[in-house]
Design a protein around this ligand. Structure first.
Ligand code: RP5
Length: 164
């Protein structure tokens, strides 16, 4: 967590998830958005999850990115306990390569939504960009940095494929 007040929570079910979820922190950092990364499991540390969510809004958090693998309940349980937007990132690593987590995260029954992203690092990065887009609605400085990121990304795409 940077010294600035965190606006985006990045929670994950296991320390083993960090190698993927750090992509979210990195992307937010590039956009100068402070985040708070925590290991919180819906299964193994349910009390920690409730305690964290109880104080999330008071602490100034505006979006929660939740990454989990296997029977990935973290994003859904998080969404059940907060009205903050919850962005779910299904994580690979299981024998099913994250397809299990994708289905568990995306197949929320009607009533409690979880916005679900791609499996793995691409999902973690896009969840960060989506969090930025949410903040940008009311924060022109974030909107400007997001626009610059996209411009620079576009400029970085070559017109022809590389040849050896
Ligand atoms: C989930 O179970 C975690 O998000 C992790 O992706 C998966 C396996 O956890 P570990 O056994 O690697 O700690 O809750």
């Amino acid at each position: 967590m940077s010294e600035e007040r965190a606006r985006v929570a990045i929670i994950m079910g296991s320390p083993n998830d960090w190698k993927v979820m750090e992509a979210a922190e990195k992307m937010l950092g590039e956009l100068e958005i402070a985040s708070d990364a925590r290991v919180i499991s819906a299964h193994r540390t349910p009390a920690r999850l409730l305690a964290y969510l109880e104080q999330a809004e008071q602490q100034g958090l505006e979006v929660v990115i939740a990454g989990a693998g296997m029977a990935a309940h973290l994003a859904g349980v998080t969404a059940a306990h907060t009205q903050l937007p919850v962005l779910g990132v299904p994580l690979p690593g299981s024998d099913l390569n994250g397809l299990d987590a994708l289905l568990a995260t995306v197949q929320m029954p009607g009533g409690i939504p979880v916005a679900t992203f791609a499996i793995g690092k691409a999902g973690a990065k896009n969840a960060a960009l989506f969090a930025a887009a949410i903040l940008a609605l009311k924060d022109p400085a974030v909107a400007e940095r997001l626009a610059k990121f996209r411009e620079s990304q576009t400029a970085g795409v070559p017109e022809r494929p590389p040849r050896d």
